[in-house]
Design a protein around this ligand. Structure first.
Ligand code: AMP
Length: 182
């Protein structure tokens, strides 16, 4: 059973890689960003609240995100396993996720930490053209990442297996690196 968390800065290619890994290995793929964008599109209560936050490049409150992930993980226990993409993004989320794993009985989580240099990331994000990919929002997202999300990796240090992956190169190339490291 694969129990994976894909981790890294915005624009490093987490979503693309997570989708490929999930489809090839038959894993449940939970992208919290995708989940929120769908809610925005459907104009649900969550979507209306989340839209402004996303467009500013800020983080949706922890309690909301933790609720979403808890519910999804409890409902989707596939024997092949899961890959979390875009969560956890704060220490609080990581702490609560540990409790959820404990409740469900998931041990031995693997963190796939995708890396790329800041210049490459900025270039990729500008090219992507999502509604939260304006220059100003990108800058804020990268700042939020450095300040609030990057420390999550240290939280996992010594707790779970962390695999560092070079995120530079073509999609297939990076995918192969990931698969070979698992
Ligand atoms: P992503 O597609 O992962 O880049 O997420 C897009 C946006 O959704 C982020 O910039 C946040 O505003 C919001 N978001 C996604 N996941 C989370 C999370 N775990 N905690 C808080 N906000 C999130």
């Amino acid at each position: 059973m694969y129990k994976l968390i894909i981790f890294g800065p915005p624009g490093v290619g987490k979503g693309t890689q997570a989708a490929q890994i999930a489809s090839k290995l038959g894993l449940f793929h939970l992208s919290t960003g995708e989940y929120l964008r769908k809610a925005v599109e459907e104009k649900t209560e969550l979507g209306i609240k989340a839209k402004e936050i996303i467009d500013r490049g800020e983080l949706v409150p922890d309690e909301i995100m933790i609720g979403i992930v808890k519910d999804a993980l409890e409902k989707n226990i596939t024997p092949e396993g899961f890959i979390l993409d875009g969560f956890p993004r704060t220490i609080k989320q990581a702490e609560e996720l540990e409790k959820i794993f404990e409740e469900i009985g998931h041990k031995d989580i693997t963190i796939l930490s995708l890396n790329a240099d800041a210049e490459e990331i900025f270039r990729r994000l500008l090219k992507r053209g999502r509604s939260d990919d304006s220059e100003e929002t990108i800058k804020n997202r990268l700042e939020v990442y450095e300040k609030t999300t990057a420390p999550v990796l240290s939280f996992y240090d010594g707790k779970h297996n962390i695999i560092n992956i070079n995120g530079l190169g073509g999609i297939e190339e990076i995918y192969k690196r990931i698969i070979l490291s698992l």
